[in-house]
Design a protein around this ligand. Structure first.
Ligand SMILES: Cc1cc2nc3c(=O)[nH]c(=O)nc-3n(C[C@H](O)[C@H](O)[C@H](O)COP(=O)(O)OP(=O)(O)OC[C@H]3O[C@@H](n4cnc5c(N)ncnc54)[C@H](O)[C@@H]3O)c2cc1C
Length: 501
């Protein structure tokens, strides 16, 4: 059933078994899992079915460093379907190594493994509407000394809000509330559970939702904000007894590191890039052993063809002539852009790529942090202040990954890779718009906010769905994993709901 919160009476009280806050990828996945299981569910969405400026403005805040401003309002959408209303749809599970405690990566290690998530990845594939057969990682060539591995992404930019609106509104056990802005969680006086959530419609009307269990699915940053603004019973905020809420914020910084890459008309680079399609793309990363040897993070290296270069590449493939390259270079020079072609002398016509990007793992860092600003939004809630911090290992990992790729490309004759000259890595990255880590999963409440089941430590009926629970960021885009975790949380809550008063 669909309810516009603007039509509710001021002071109304709604009672449900489960209350889900937020209808993005995580909230919708969780609600779908509850449909038909005999529980009553409220799905609260602050926006409507379409984007509106008033709701979107609630996402404004302060972000440091300003290099990535206006990161907060630009990297998320505040209406039904959430940020999947404009995501790119790249899906891939995290690797085994992403879950492991790596002695050379401080604060790494999850309380669960990739194997724990495996069955839920299969169910997440159905929700995200991608094929469940994710090919594994394999060496780029069958050569023991090869340090580069390759793997595919599925690309399926499903608009969750459009895809699942009908089925959720038609479900007899789910009530979808639009324009229902969650303001704060009201804890019971002893602080061990949530009593109700206070909600505002678009205007002055206020109402409450009481439930046996609550799940925050407000997005990677707002999950932390909601815990922090709910400070009337616990002055540090809910689940923040050990000052962990908001810490370890991570994104996937993207570094346009290689200026150009050349290769002959066949070879692993060429074959793989030629086989990329609209629904499938291959990338590279360093082998696990090489990450350990070099003491660096995980990260994904991928070709990013710009359209003109794609034209040139196609012509090279068919005509095998340098003329098109000459024409391309002349046009670039005229436009004031520097392009270098490497390894041309005496070689056959080559394929070349204008850019080779690294989407890097962002090391967990307790000082990279979501806190509250002194400015308030139109509901009087303190806005977000995001302090995104990078460390030496983040930059060194990118430099070393490209170095290894370049060495092996030359050694095995795949082509040439060149680190962009004069690149200042500390100033040349852009955000991936993937918000992870601010309510991380750890068994010990002193080091994290949720337990292995995504339930908030010390608050027995409050769960969190979303990439804010990630302990490390890997390189894989987060939505597929966060949907898998939401599906897993649904199973956990369904087992526990009977026991929660
Ligand atoms: C340009 C871009 C491209 C991307 N491409 C990819 C990609 O290719 N692959 C990938 O995996 N990820 C991608 N992402 C990230 C992806 O969009 C997010 O990982 C995903 O949407 C997160 O899902 P979520 O449900 O946690 O949060 P969201 O989708 O942001 O949903 C949160 C929901 O909560 C609602 N809400 C917020 N506050 C309140 C409140 N107080 N009360 C009630 N409701 C509230 C919001 O309106 C929203 O509907 C991309 C992101 C961007 C910006």
């Amino acid at each position: 059933m669909l309810i516009d919160a603007n039509q509710l009476d001021d002071g109304a009280v709604i009672e449900k078994d489960l209350c889900i806050l937020g209808a993005g990828a995580a909230g919708i996945a969780l609600a779908l899992e509850f449909s038909g299981h005999g529980f009553s569910v409220a799905l609260l969405e602050g926006g409507g079915f379409e984007r509106d400026a008033e709701s979107q403005a609630l996402y404004e805040g302060v972000c440091e460093p300003p290099l990535i401003d206006p990161y907060l309002p630009a990297s998320r959408l505040r209406y039904f379907g959430g940020t999947t209303n404009h995501w790119l749809g790249y899906c891939r599970p995290f690797d085994d190594i992403d879950f492991e405690q790596r002695e050379w990566v401080p604060h790494s290690g999850w309380p669960i493994t990739r194997a724990t998530l495996e069955p839920f990845y299969r169910r997440a594939a159905a929700v995200c509407k991608v094929a469940p057969d994710f090919a594994g990682i394999e060496p780029l060539i069958a050569e023991p000394a090869n340090r580069i591995w390759t793997f595919p992404f599925h690309i399926a930019p499903l608009r969750f809000g459009y895809a699942y609106r009908g089925v959720l509104v038609d479900a007899t056990d789910i009530e979808v509330f639009l324009h229902a802005n969650a303001l704060r969680l009201a804890l019971r006086p002893n602080g061990d559970s949530v009593d109700h959530v206070e909600v505002a419609a678009s205007g002055d009307r206020r109402f409450q939702v009481r439930a046996k269990a609550f799940v925050l699915a407000l997005g990677g940053i707002e999950n932390a904000r909601m815990l922090l603004v709910s400070d009337d019973v616990q002055s540090q905020g809910v689940g923040n007894q050990h000052d962990q809420v908001g810490r370890y914020f991570m994104d996937h910084p993207i570094f346009p590191v290689a200026q150009i890459c050349t290769s002959h008309t066949s070879g692993p680079f060429t074959d793989l890039s030629v086989r990329n399609t609209d629904t499938w793309a291959r990338s590279f990363r360093l082998a696990d052993g090489e990450q350990e040897r070099s003491r660096i993070l995980n990260g994904c290296l991928s070709f990013n063809l710009i359209p003109q270069v794609e034209d040139v590449r196609q012509q090279l493939l068919t005509k095998k002539s340098w003329d098109t390259v000459e024409a391309y270079l002349a046009a670039e020079e005229q436009a004031g852009r520097e392009v270098t072609v490497i390894g041309r002398e005496g070689e056959d016509p080559a394929l070349f790529f204008s850019r080779f990007d690294v989407r890097a793992e962002h090391a967990p860092n307790p000082d990279s942090r979501v806190t509250l600003d002194h400015e308030v939004d139109r509901f009087g809630l303190r806005r977000v202040r995001l302090d995104w911090r990078m460390q030496a290992i983040d930059f060194e990992s990118v430099r070393r990954a490209v170095e290894v790729l370049a060495e092996d490309a030359g050694r095995f004759g795949w082509g040439r890779v060149r680190l962009a000259p004069d690149i200042d890595l500390e100033r040349s990255y852009s955000p991936g718009f993937h918000h992870m880590g601010a309510t991380r999963m750890q068994e010990d409440p002193k080091h994290g906010v949720v337990d292995r089941n995504c339930m908030v430590h010390g608050v027995k009926n409050l769960g969190i769905a979303g990439s804010s629970v990630f302990c490390t960021s890997g390189y894989a885009n987060p939505t597929f994993s966060l949907v898998a975790l939401a599906v897993r949380l649904a199973d956990h809550l369904q087992k526990r709901l009977g026991g929660l008063a």
